[in-house]
Design a protein around this ligand. Structure first.
Ligand SMILES: Cc1cc2nc3c(=O)[nH]c(=O)nc-3n(C[C@H](O)[C@H](O)[C@H](O)COP(=O)(O)OP(=O)(O)OC[C@H]3O[C@@H](n4cnc5c(N)ncnc54)[C@H](O)[C@@H]3O)c2cc1C
Length: 326
């Protein structure tokens, strides 16, 4: 079987790698694979409101845990603490991940402006290492990656492909004619990890903004913003300064010495447009299904919003199942 995958982000590449075991696969990507939204991700395991994707989430957790043993992939299993400004239930996704990894979710006591939270061990993905590693694995499996903007899914069936996987992120708004697909801009700053941080921290602030600190070996990701329907893929100095200040506050109130020095030096500032799919208020209304179009079978895998890295390997496994149903 000849399969075309539209999309060279984390969803398309993960699916292509798994499919390469059962088919001849070619990936088409409009953007340079080094410049996709996926290369801007944090990326710490967090499922947000990923709805009914329990099996996908669980399979992803297991696959990333296996990769944590591969020194080149840049994946580690480490604690992550999330604080919230108003008390609330611990989200259901944490139980799924803890169950898959055989770990426990711990409640956190109130601290500073936060009313509590939770802590658990999750996969954490060093994106500047991981995305090139993933691309390398895809190429080594015999899959070709071609820079090309596909104008319509149906065209690919005329080029000898038997099936198309549509992992085009925001491109699905046009390719799948799906107006629910909308951009959600995120801005982050990478700074040196000169404080020797090892634990990821997230917090929902009293004004609703979200602060996060994701440490890796060579850098720390400071975030973030969630700007709905913002199309301009650029960073804004005021937003970067504000998030850096919030990160210092979060670090200080959780008892870390040297918090005031966090982010004094910046390695890079990045913006990315998350491919949200908004249905009934849910922002990760992922479309992961087989559609039998007149031109041929299409497996859609888009709408991952804030959780594309988190759900990538489970999605890839599901894409293989859906292809098997054709
Ligand atoms: C600042 C930031 C922080 C984030 N942090 C996290 C995190 O901590 N954890 C997490 O799980 N997620 C995180 N995310 C979200 C995550 O990055 C996305 O959910 C994920 O990258 C979506 O992957 P994708 O493959 O669907 O889309 P993309 O990475 O956008 O890839 C889409 C691909 O489709 C191609 N394409 C589009 N249209 C066409 C066309 N017509 N023809 C050919 N190719 C086309 C593009 O060129 C690209 O290759 C973050 C995102 C941002 C911006």
């Amino acid at each position: 079987m000849n399969i075309a995958v539209i999309g060279g982000g984390v969803i398309g590449l993960s699916a292509a790698l798994r499919l390469s075991a059962v088919a001849r696969v070619e990936v088409f990507t409009r953007d340079d694979p080094a410049e996709t939204t996926s290369t801007r991700a944090g990326a710490v395991f967090s499922a947000f409101d990923a709805g009914d994707m329990v099996d996908v989430l669980s399979a992803s957790a297991v696959a990333f845990a296996e990769l944590a043993g591969d020194g080149d992939a840049g994946v580690s299993l480490r604690p992550s603490s999330e604080y919230w400004s108003r008390p609330g239930p611990i989200p259901a996704w944490t139980g799924v991940v803890a169950g898959a990894l055989g770990t426990r979710v711990q409640s956190l006591a109130p601290v500073g402006p936060y009313a509590g939270g939770f802590r658990l061990t999750v996969p954490q993905v060093d994106i500047p290492r991981y995305m090139p590693w993933l691309r390398g694995r895809v190429l080594a499996s015999g899959v070709s990656i071609t820079r090309r903007a596909v104008d319509a899914v149906a065209l690919l069936f005329g080029e000898g492909f038997d099936l198309v996987v549509n992992a085009s992120g925001l491109g699905a708004r046009v390719l799948a004619e799906d107006p629910a697909v909308r951009p959600m801009r995120g801005q982050v700053v990478h700074v040196p990890n000169d404080l020797g941080l090892t634990e990821a921290l997230d917090a929902t602030e009293p004004d609703g903004s979200i602060t996060y600190i994701y440490p890796f070996a060579q850098h720390v990701v400071l975030g973030g913003t969630y700007e709905h329907d913002e199309q301009a893929c650029v960073t804004e100095p005021g937003a970067l300064d504000a998030m850096t200040e919030r990160c210092r506050g979060l670090l200080a109130c959780t008892g870390r010495a040297g918090a005031a020095g966090l982010g004094r030096v910046r390695l890079r500032a990045l913006a990315g447009l998350r491919p949200a799919r908004v249905v009934g208020g849910q922002r990760e209304a992922v479309r992961l299904e087989l559609e039998r179009t007149k031109a041929g079978p299409v497996v859609h895998a888009y709408g991952y919003g804030r959780a594309g890295v988190t759900l990538s390997w489970g999605t890839a496994a599901r894409v293989v199942e859906l292809v098997g149903m054709v």
